[in-house]
Write a protein that binds this ligand. Sequence first.
Ligand code: ADE
Length: 215
Amino acid sequence: MKFYLASLFPEVFDQLLSSSMLLKAKKLGIFDYQFINIRDFGLGPRKQVDDVPYGGGDGMVLKPEPIITLIHQIKTLELNLSVILPSPRGKTYLQSEAIRLSQSKTNYLIICPKYEGYDERITHYVDEVFSIGNYILTGGEIPAMIIVDSVIRLLPGVLGGDSSSLDESFQLDDKTKEYPQYTRPTEYDGLKVPRVLLSGDHQAINHWRNQHKIS
Ligand code: ADE
């Protein structure tokens, strides 16, 4: 699976993509990524990418031409490409979306808007518009990383045990949250690990875990 990440600040992705599970997934060849600088598609000698909003208002709006040219260009490289636009106006991004994207045999281009927003005509060239929650961020880079991270960790071979991603929060219904976990020591500052988890009785442990999921 390949992610194309289009941004005016593609360097912000570097650290997250070159650490931990995402680095492992890249090294194993499970996933790959490429940065695209939206500025490279800017118009004129000043590589203009944004303009003032029609109708007035604060801030600048991403122009359609650079983004749409960029989408067409990546589509000539990738026959199987799904284009994602993070936006507070989009459909809420839930675990079920991460599962769906991870199971789809396609590559992804994520367009990260900046400034006050983007020209709405861009959405005609996009397959999915996702909001990662009911709050406003300064751009699409953090939502893009949330999408990449949540999808890549679900790809076979990325997580440790086979059941690591099966047993976790939101897996079945976007609501149920995972049971709490403990590790050594058995007691810290008077706080004890629940005895049943030390018992070795797998039936009792499963029962305790089911009881401690939050719906
Ligand atoms: N861009 C700014 N805020 C956002 C949000 N909540 N979700 C997706 N993209 C955004």
